[in-house]
Design a protein around this ligand. Structure first.
Ligand code: UGA
Length: 465
């Protein structure tokens, strides 16, 4: 038995992004003492004051409670974190590179700093890779880096993989009530420590090697992306066949072998994970001589879904030049202010490139969208106005496009319809009930809801005021 076996495991979180913060607060909420650190001073000071830098349901309340309880604290020096925590979770980004592979530099920098700090303490330490990395990375890259920079041997320091499955928008719930905890270790000490740390969560623990755990993470995201892409392809077929995709996928998903979730067609998947992870998975599989055709197909179908979405808009709206378009929802999905890989970006780009005058709105993601939109690059920036009010966005619009299904958009009113020049909404998520909308003067045409769109319906929408 280790000397610290009677005490609650002490957790260190390096990287207080969405995922690091969610993970750390969940450990604190389960009674473990947690120390957090982020390389960015502004994030450290915000979190230390109990302020979340991100829009995430329940996160701010959880942070305040855990900071107040004293179980979650932020330190300004990594050395203090390493001195106080035995299990150090690396939660730093692994951004995509143009080749599809991931950029390991931030992770390797954090690993080196943590390892050097480990070299300065005497007790056992465990470095846990929570960042998403391709199978083989923990063993082939992180372990040698930890040993080299700490000057330790595997008798007094371990590495492990412990991937996360938190989705933005439901992160707090996902972190507090995990479906499963996946642990990839190389020795008993690391295994035992992680099992103790996760015991209060009462979740099933799946134990593998680090490569096995890393493979679980990529397989899960690739499979979820595949489900979405599959539903999107069925939506295109449904439009051709005059069938509603949700009725079809509802019946398909009732088969317990398939399951109902992640079968909602839309403009294609976005976010910082699916495209990045599946691309990296496909690239890694290729390196290993095993073509991952399903992953590549999910990505390809996702690109095609964007093209289909734009065609759908053009079919209904006709020429875009000179039209005023209200783009509703800029985040990659409702419930978050994250705009990374949001489908709103290519949609807005296309609309602007084709001469539309775009007014764009999101309840929380206007500023993050502005930062991406204004970033240097080849983007056609003219004729897009970011609005803070929905009313302003809709005023004089020839058409609205619903990209993210925020609850407020679903509470449509006659006043909103009246603000538009033509009260027509293209619902990329089929979130509004077209009949209820019709009663408040709005014609809704859903992607995958059984087009092709009848010219009579469009004409009616254009006449209605
Ligand atoms: C995803 C996974 O769901 C998490 O389990 C995982 O931990 C995370 O990636 C990650 O690797 O960090 P997230 O990207 O936050 O989480 O969001 P999702 O809810 O998975 O949505 C991804 C995209 O798929 C969004 O654009 C969403 O609109 C789209 N989607 C999802 C659909 O179009 N239809 C669906 O039925 C579900």
């Amino acid at each position: 038995m280790t000397r610290s076996a009677g005490r609650a495991p002490r957790v260190g979180i390096v990287g207080l992004g969405y995922m690091g913060l969610g993970t750390g607060l969940a450990f604190a909420a389960r009674g473990l003492p947690v120390i957090g650190y982020d390389a960015k001073p502004e994030i450290r000071s915000a979190v230390a004051r109990g302020v979340t830098p991100y829009h995430e349901k329940g996160l701010a309340a959880l942070l305040r409670t855990q900071v107040r309880s004293g179980r979650f604290r932020v330190v300004d020096r990594l050395d203090d974190l390493v001195a106080g925590a035995e299990g150090i979770f690396l939660c730093v980004p692994t951004p995509p590179r143009p080749s599809g592979r991931i950029d390991l530099r931030p992770l390797r920098r954090a690993t080196a700093e943590v390892a050097r700090a480990i070299g300065a303490v005497t007790r056992y330490r465990l470095v846990v890779v929570k960042s998403t990395v391709v199978p083989g990375t923990t063993e082939a890259v992180v372990l040698p880096d930890v040993l080299r920079h700490s000057g330790r041997t595997p008798r007094t320091v371990s590495v492990a993989s412990n991937p996360e499955f938190l989705a933005e928008g439901t992160m707090v719930h996902d972190a507090l009530y995990p479906d499963r905890v996946v642990i990839g270790t190389l020795d008993h000490r690391a295994q035992e420590w992680l099992e103790r740390a996760y015991r209060p969560f009462r979740a099933p623990v799946v134990s593998l090697t680090p490569s096995g755990a890393e493979l679980v993470k990529y397989s899960a995201n690739a499979f979820l992306a595949l489900k979405v892409s599959f539903a999107n392809e069925v939506a295109r077929l449904a439009d051709r066949l005059g069938v509603h995709v949700d009725r079809v996928m509802d019946a398909v998903g009732r088969d317990p072998r398939i399951g109902p979730r992640f079968l909602r067609a839309g403009p294609g998947f976005g976010g910082s994970c699916f495209e990045k992870d599946v691309s990296a998975f496909v690239a890694r599989a290729r390196e290993l001589g095993v073509p991952l055709r399903t992953g590549a197909a999910a990505l390809r179908a996702n690109e095609e879904q964007m093209a289909y979405t734009l065609d759908f808009v053009r079919t209904v709206v006709g020429t875009l030049a000179g039209k005023r378009v209200a783009l509703l929802g800029l985040a990659f999905k409702a419930g978050t202010d994250d705009v990374r890989e949001s489908r709103a970006i290519p949609i807005a780009e296309r609309l602007v490139a084709e001469g539309a005058e775009v007014r764009a709105h999101d309840p929380v993601a206007v500023e993050p969208f502005r930062r991406i939109w204004m970033a240097p690059g080849p983007r056609a920036r003219g004729r897009l106005k970011l609005c803070s009010s929905l009313e302003e966005t809709l005023t004089g619009a020839d058409v609205a496009i619903l990209q993210a299904d925020w609850p407020d958009y679903l509470r449509w009113t006659r006043a909103r319809s009246r603000r538009m020049r033509r009260p027509l909404l293209l619902d990329l998520r089929r979130a509004l009930d077209p009949q209820a909308a019709e009663r408040v003067g709005l014609t809704v045409i859903g992607l995958g809801a059984g087009g092709p769109v009848s010219p009579a319906r469009i004409a009616r929408a254009r006449r209605a005021r």
